[in-house]
Design a protein around this ligand. Structure first.
Ligand code: HEM
Ligand code: NFK
Length: 366
């Protein structure tokens, strides 16, 4: 039987006693009250609450993707949840404006009471990074110790388990690898795409050669540069080159998943590929916003601390700036843009495949 409904008060429901009694200023404890420490604590607490919501939403999306097949209606749910995450991330970026109202000198009033606490000890931030797919060996090291050494044994175990399991990156890769339509009867997507790329590059080369106002020397230079673009395309034409790049660590997404992501991006206008395309877009949004946050945080640290080393033991600004570039997870999805070709060069899909990718609502049923 259902439990009988009881009433509840706002304070009790939101546990406000706990939350509003959780701002203990260290500067007050040391009898040197610093006005801005209240802001510093509250901003961090708000961040941690939003991290909690992000992990809650991301965890639910990962669960939807954890089964062998992803139910189609679940893609819509995943898109909505990832969209919510990116909206929260925007707030997280904007909050940096608030912390920046604290001047460097005002921070120094209480900074020495914080040692050795730092953002390195944010367990939820590390949970988020690992859940997305940041691998231990790809992390920028700031000391000899493991990034997880600052956590309790219990927390380290949770991070270890998370690292062992499938991350969002792994789940997306597997999902992409299951995409049908790469080979549809006589239609071989990669072969057709290869021909179109060849046509497009030839056309571009001709355009350079016949262009006015460019010197012969400059033309040659540009044509040589196009050679580099061709090399880039070669890895999508040849699985062995792609795998070599994966071994070297310059690519992370498997060959098959990359081809599928390319197909989805190129044929996004086909109704059945619209949602998969939006889903990939949301992942790119999330990755980009985390990078934006890392950059903004690093910039704010430069403004507040200059080149001072951090309380957590890193070089501070230099370390943080590097993470913005190197700790991206979905870089290969951003990079699909390099492989895109104009719609006018897109290989035409066979009629039967086009029909399969349509909702067929408006088709004449007579
Ligand atoms: C005045 C404000 C802030 C300053 C001066 C600051 C400074 C720093 C510094 C120097 C580091 C590098 C670790 C170290 O060696 O200490 C760091 C890391 C970090 N901070 Fe902040 N921080 C500030 C505010 C925030 C806020 C509001 C958050 C939100 C949760 C935050 C989250 C983090 C995280 C997650 C890291 C680890 C980054 C990584 O390893 O990739 N910080 N911070
Ligand atoms: N790492 C900062 C201190 C700091 O920002 C911090 C200290 C305690 C709790 C949270 C912090 N914020 C995130 O880095 C510093 O070196 O001043």
């Amino acid at each position: 039987m259902d439990k009988e409904l009881s009433s509840i008060h706002y304070d009790e429901y939101l546990q406000l006693k706990k939350i509003l009694d959780a701002q203990h200023l260290r500067s007050v404890g040391f009898n040197k009250p610093a006005h801005d420490e209240m802001l510093f604590i509250i901003v961090h607490q708000v961040y941690e609450l939003w991290f909690k919501e992000i992990l809650h939403d991301l965890g639910s999306v990962m669960e939807l993707f954890s089964e062998g097949t992803v139910i189609e209606s679940h893609i819509g749910v995943a898109i909505s949840r990832l969209d919510r995450i990116s909206k929260i991330q925007k707030i997280l970026v904007d909050q940096i404006d608030i912390i920046e109202t604290m001047t460097p000198l005002d921070f120094l009033d209480f900074r020495n009471y914080l040692l050795p606490a730092s953002g390195f000890q944010s367990f939820q931030f590390r949970q988020l990074e690992v859940s997305l797919g940041l691998k231990r060996e790809r992390r920028i090291s700031y000391t000899q110790c493991s990034y997880s050494g600052v956590f309790s044994d219990k927390e380290q175990k949770i991070l270890d388990e998370l690292e062992k399991g499938d991350s969002m990156f792994d789940l997306v890769e597997k999902w992409l690898e299951r995409t049908p339509f790469l080979q549809f009867e006589a239609f071989d997507f990669v072969e057709e795409y290869k021909k179109s790329v060849g046509l497009m590059l030839n056309r571009e080369e001709q355009a350079i050669e016949s262009a006015d106002y460019i010197s012969t020397q400059e033309k040659q230079l540009r044509i040589n540069m196009m050679g580099e673009t061709k090399t880039y395309f070669n890895s999508i034409f040849d699985e062995a080159i792609h795998d070599q790049k994966m071994k070297e660590g310059t690519l992370k997404l498997s060959y098959k998943a990359t081809i599928s992501a390319l197909l989805i991006n190129l044929y996004r206008d086909e109704p059945l590929l619209r949602q998969p395309f939006m889903f990939l877009q949301k992942l790119v949004d999330m990755d980009e916003l985390l990078t934006t946050w890392r950059n903004r945080h690093a910039q704010m640290v430069l403004r507040t601390l200059g080149q001072k080393i951090g309380t957590g033991g890193s070089s501070g600004y230099d370390y943080l700036k590097t993470t913005a570039d190197k700790h991206r997870v979905f870089y290969d999805l951003h990079n699909i843009s390099t492989l895109l070709i104009p719609r006018s060069f897109l290989p035409e899909l066979p009629k039967e495949l086009k029909e399969k990718l349509d909702f067929n609502f408006s088709k004449d049923k007579s």
